[in-house]
Design a protein around this ligand. Structure first.
Ligand code: MG
Length: 260
């Protein structure tokens, strides 16, 4: 009998709650139904999307790209050491690291961007692991997309070609042999910082290596460090792209960038 009473009172409470919630729901429904949707109600016409002429072949610069290297000169670059003219070599339309002369960096600064760069490991295979064809592309002067001769050359997975150095391994290894050229097509989103300088949103990166996705909107955990854990110690704005002299005769060509 007691059980029945409990059941009955539970049912009464449930009905009350149900009525109450119905009443609340009803009060939020508009009195008048909106006008029926028409196709043009979801069409946005202005401003018109900017027209960009694509390159003739895949990998060629589109019309709105900033050309960072077209095989002729290093006029868009300076030495990272002293800000003077870079001492890397140019021959047959390619630039080549002159080991010991130091990194080079762009004169211009960038944040969010799309970058195309082609690279080739030294023709003569020397060294192993990190000692073979090592260079790198640093975004905002801080975050390294590794360049390495990873063709039949084992190293730690988060240090091989296509990795964000010591941060994120590539999804696959699609490195071509040292006599061939590799392409990187990168979509980079700069980190955002709070007013007090702490990190708000970390940097993100998508990388296609020879047309194959190796970083898929990957979170960059912080500054590239040889020793230590990654972090974002301080806020920063747009900054240079820099290419690394790691003592190997790595070659580059056809470098262009678009600000996003
Ligand atoms: Mg490197």
């Amino acid at each position: 009998m007691k059980k029945l009473q409990i059941l009955a009172s539970s049912f009464a409470i449930a009905v009350l709650i149900s009525c109450n919630s119905n009443a609340q729901t009803k009060s939020t429904v508009p009195e008048v139904s909106p006008a029926p949707m028409k196709p043009d109600m979801t069409e946005i016409w202005n401003p018109e999307v900017a027209v960009v002429t694509p390159g003739k072949a895949l990998g060629d610069a589109p019309s709105d790209a900033i050309i960072l290297f077209d095989g002729k000169d290093l006029s868009q670059w300076v030495s990272a050491k002293d800000g003077g003219a870079p001492k890397w070599n140019i021959r047959n339309g390619i630039m080549e690291v002159a080991p010991g002369t130091g990194d080079i960096k762009t004169k211009m600064k960038f944040g969010d961007c799309q970058l195309h760069i082609e690279w080739s490991a030294p023709d003569e295979v020397k060294g192993n692991s990190q000692g073979r064809g090592n260079s790198g592309v640093f975004f905002q002067d801080r975050y390294e997309l590794q360049v390495l001769d990873s063709y039949q050359n084992r190293t730690y997975r988060n240090g091989q070609a296509g990795s964000i150095y010591k941060d994120q391994a590539p999804l696959v290894n699609v490195t071509r042999g040292p006599l061939e050229w590799n392409t990187y097509d990168v979509i980079y989103t700069a980190p955002r910082f709070k007013a007090d300088g702490r990190i708000d949103y970390p940097a993100r990166i998508t990388v296609l290596h020879n047309g194959v996705v190796v970083q898929n909107n990957t979170t960059i955990l912080g500054l590239t460090l040889y020793i230590g854990l990654h972090n974002y110690p301080e806020a920063h704005g747009d900054d240079v792209i820099h290419l690394q002299d790691h003592g190997n005769v790595t070659q580059f060509r056809n470098i262009w960038i678009r600000k996003l």
